[in-house]
Write a protein that binds this ligand. Structure first.
Ligand code: IMP
Ligand code: MG
Length: 433
């Protein structure tokens, strides 16, 4: 198989970074196709921790090409910071290896200001965004006033549009949101620096990928966020503003239609979410605090504590279907060690009626009662296990039940934070083991 997509099936933070890192080993090109630096992948390589926000995980292997696709909203200043950090920590030289779509949209300081001012005004009704300006940047894209990287080529024209946008956004910020305006001073100069540093990386990434396919190269598509944060299929309005599902690989990644060979869904062995919105299996007792600490469940992008809950098979089954994902990687199984019994949500109850599907409205999802199956837990340490057969029988039963409920083939199981702490049953680039 030459083209593989890795997609989160929950609310993000499923541990995609680790899986993408593993698959990137066999890929020639790694592509991000949606979202921006609201995403963050934490990777542990040789004991050192790396946080990737915009640059695809291929950056940590020599020679891999990293593509930032047209569907992304990229804060160019954050990108420059990330590149500098990658150079320092991993000796990553972007020359020839970083391909930035000239169709990708730029996230500007006024987008961040609007994002934050709106959230502040919403108070208890806030979405709990990362505050990185992602939503307002995608709004401008849809409103056809966004700034794309291609505009940088003609800087006078770019500057004119930037000043026009800034004037308009500042009126909105001050008059409607009662917030401070974003100063123009310095912004134009910073964008000149962005132009100088990023122009060499701009290209038609869709054409690049079509050629890579022709050359028989392997391409990995790295999803960010998760299906439940998808603008269409997620728990709207408590979602992000991009399309996070596998089909976005075509529009946002520039893969020619129909050329995706495999989709791997990723699910954590339990569930987490950051920000507001319905979360039927949330654990609000001390067990939740225990899982948060043990699993280090704090947002990589924002450091916020994540809400923690039981595995929700209703959500993950739906996500697998939406994504057309046949194979599943379950991460962080080790975090559940010592929890006995463990629970899996198999259906929801609403006003006495049972259903294995998600209700249409978020208000209902807020009120459903999860129906749990209880299973005996396990107490052994898992981090040295490399074969499914080495796992305690109860851990195996738990994984089997999850796979069965999600109609999926189990492909990988994460048993610890570092690169090698994983059981691989199937690597889609290498076909079945
Ligand atoms: P935004 O993407 O910053 O607009 O935030 C919208 C919602 O998506 C909020 O609930 C965020 O916490 C959530 N979100 C965005 N990116 C991620 C992510 O990478 N992991 C987890 N949650 C995310
Ligand atoms: Mg993350």
């Amino acid at each position: 198989m030459n083209t593989v997509a890795v997609i989160g099936t929950q609310w993000g933070d499923e541990g995609k970074g680790k899986i993408v890192d593993l698959l990137a080993r066999h890929a020639d090109v790694v592509v991000r196709f949606q979202g921006g630096n609201n995403a963050a992948h934490t990777l542990v390589v040789d004991g050192a921790k790396f946080i990737l926000r915009l640059v695809p995980a291929g950056a940590l292997y020599p020679g891999k090409v990293c593509v930032i696709g047209a569907g992304m909203a990229v804060d160019p200043i954050a990108l420059l910071e990330e590149l500098a950090e990658l150079k320092r920590a991993a000796n990553f030289a972007p020359d020839g290896r970083l391909k930035l779509s000239y169709d990708a949209h730029m996230v500007m300081p006024y987008h961040r200001a609007i994002d934050r001012a709106r959230e502040a005004r919403l108070g208890k009704d806030a979405i709990g965004t990362t505050g990185f300006g992602i939503g307002p940047a995608y709004e401008d894209k849809a409103a056809r006033c966004g700034l794309r990287f291609s505009e940088l080529a003609d800087f006078p024209s770019f500057e004119r549009k930037l000043r026009r946008n800034l004037a308009e956004k500042n009126r909105y910020l001050t008059a409607v949101l009662k917030a401070k305006p974003v100063p123009v001073a310095g912004l134009v100069e910073r964008m000149r620096d962005v132009r100088r540093k990023l122009l060499p990386h701009l290209c038609d990434t869709a054409a690049y990928l079509a050629e890579a396919l022709e050359r028989g190269q392997r391409i990995l598509f790295e999803g960010a966020h998760g299906t439940m944060l998808d603008i269409d299929y997620g728990t709207y309005p408590f979602v992000t503003s991009s399309s996070c599902v596998a089909s976005a690989v075509f529009a946002g990644g520039g893969l020619p239609g129909g050329r995706l060979d495999a989709v791997m869904g990723i699910a954590k062995a339990y569930t987490t979410r950051v920000g507001a919105g319905p979360f039927p299996t949330e654990i609000k007792t001390r067990l939740g605090d225990h899982l948060r600490e043990k699993g280090a469940e704090y947002g990589s992008a924002t450091q916020r504590p994540r809400r923690v809950g039981w595995f929700d098979a209703v959500l993950t089954r739906r996500a697998m279907r939406v994504n057309g994902a046949a194979i599943l990687a379950v991460t962080k199984l080790d975090v559940l060690t010592g929890i006995d019994p463990v629970r899996i949500c198999v259906a929801y109850e609403y006003r006495g009626a049972r259903s294995a599907e998600i209700p249409a409205s978020p208000a209902r999802l807020e009120r459903v009662k999860p129906v749990y199956e209880e299973m005996a837990g396990w107490h052994e340490r898992l981090s040295e296990k490399r074969e499914l057969g080495e796992l305690p029988p109860n851990a195996r039963r738990y994984l089997e039940r999850i796979s069965e409920l999600c109609s999926a083939r189990l492909a990988m199981v994460g048993v610890g934070a570092s690169r090698e702490e994983i059981i691989v049953l199937e690597d889609p680039f290498l076909n079945r083991r």
